[in-house]
Design a protein around this ligand. Sequence first.
Ligand SMILES: Cc1ncc(C[n+]2csc(CCOP(=O)(O)OP(=O)(O)O)c2C)c(N)n1
Length: 278
Amino acid sequence: MCAQMYYRGKMFGFVHLYNGQEAVSTGFIKLLKKEDYVVSTYRDHVHALSKGVPARAVMSELFGKTTGCCRGQGGSMHMFSKEHNVLGGFAFIGEGIPVATGAAFTSKYKRRSRDWKKGPAFGMPGVHVDGMDVLKVREVAKEAIGRARMGGGPTLVECETYRFRGHSLADPDELRDPAEKAHYAARDPITFLKKYIIENELASEAELKAIEKKKMVLRMLLNLQMRVLFHLAASYLKMSLQIQKALELDLMGGIDARTPNSPRALLMSRFVRVGDIH
Ligand SMILES: Cc1ncc(C[n+]2csc(CCOP(=O)(O)OP(=O)(O)O)c2C)c(N)n1
C-alpha cells in the first residue's frame, strides 16, 4: 500500500519499508510501557505504530497531511509523538544515539533515583537473536527491558533480519542475489507466526483465514476509495482550469452568457455540473 502510494506520487521524500523485519518492532516495542521512550532510524513509521501512535496519524504523516503526527512536516523518516514518547526517526545514521542517551538519563533522573544506589552499569551485555522470530525477539527484549528497569543499564541486541525490499522505495533492489532473497522469503516472520499459532492451537486456520479475508476486503475498499478520490480530484482540477480559462476569455471579450458556447455560457454550464456532483 505504501509502495503503491509512493510510486503514484502521493507520498513524498523517501520511504523505507519494513517488510521482513516486523518481528523486531513487534517483539521489542510492544513490551514497552507508555512512558518509555523510543528513538528510531528511518524505518520509524512501524516503530511508531508499535508504540501506539494511531495508524491514522502515521498514515497522514506519510501523506504529508496536517492531521499527521508531525502535522505532515516530518514525513516518513521523522515520526514524532510527544504523547507516545516516540522521540523521532533520524535519517542520519547514529544521530539518534545522543537523543536516546539523553532520554535514558531523563528517565533515570526523574523516576528512578533509588536505582542510582545500585551503582552505574559497567560494560554492556550483547545478545544476538533471530530477528525473523517474534517470540525469540520478545524473550530477549523482556530480559533487556527488565535489566534496564532494575538499573542494570543498556543491552546491545542484534536482531538479525532480512529486509524483503530495497533499502528505500527509491532503490530498485537489483544487486542482491535472487536465491538469497528466496531463502529469506521462505522465513517470512508473519508466515512463521501463523504456523506457530496453528501448530499450538492458539487459533484455527479458519479463524486466521477470516482475518485475512477481512484485511483483503478492507484493502480493496481503501483502494477503491483512493481511486474515487483521485478521479474526483482530477475532474475538479480539469473543471477549475476550464472555468479559469473561460473567465480569462470572458474578462477580455465581455461576451454575453446567452451566446451559445460563449465563455460565460460555458462557465454557467460548468457550475451546474459542479452542483450536480454535490
Ligand atoms: C551519517 C550518515 N552517513 C551516510 C548516510 C547514508 N545512508 C543512508 S542508509 C545507509 C546504509 C545503512 O545501512 P543499514 O542500516 O544496514 O541499511 P538497511 O538495511 O536499513 O537498508 C547509509 C550509508 C546517512 N544516512 N547518515
